[in-house]
Ligand binder design. Structure first.
Ligand code: RB5
Length: 143
């Protein structure tokens, strides 16, 4: 199950991503927002982070204008690894190396065609499972 969240700057791109997920028959929960009316991105980042940490969802996609504020917020939660990606190389690498569980996108940065390819890459790339990457991920969780 995929958790979706956005602010007003990411609303339109989220609609495009939902079309892709519907076509692929991938299940998701949309935690809002529900329009282009201005809202606060931390509200939606927190909803998605909590849905993943509770086990309700296994991955998340968060979108704000830049993808920055919403990913910073999500990364405050221990166990969330949110990766802001602007290309497919990074989307693939962050799954292989970081086992990222949240993809962050900038609705004012990437167009819908590229964004959907980034989402497709992120969702279809498994974690490598390599020991060195597992060790590094463990190190993220301690000060
Ligand atoms: C909202 O105007 C904008 O600040 C937000 O979408 C995001 O880009 C913040 O990082």
């Amino acid at each position: 199950m995929i958790a979706l969240g956005c602010d007003h700057g990411g609303y339109e791109l989220k609609q495009e991503i939902k079309k892709y997920l519907d076509e692929k028959q991938l299940e998701y929960v949309d935690f809002g927002c529900d329009s282009t009316e201005a809202v606060d991105y931390p509200v939606y980042a927190k909803k998605v982070a909590k849905a993943i940490l509770s086990g309700e969802c296994d991955k998340g996609i968060l979108i704000c204008g830049t993808g920055i504020g919403i990913s910073i917020t999500a990364n405050k939660f221990k166990g969330i690894r949110a990766a802001l990606c602007t290309d497919c190389f990074c989307a693939e690498a962050t799954r292989l190396h970081n086992d990222a569980n949240v993809l962050a996108l900038g609705g004012r940065v990437v167009g819908p065609g590229l964004a959907v390819k980034i989402v497709d890459t992120f969702l279809n790339t498994p974690f490598s499972g390599a020991e060195r990457h597992m060790n590094r991920i463990k190190q993220m969780e301690t000060e």
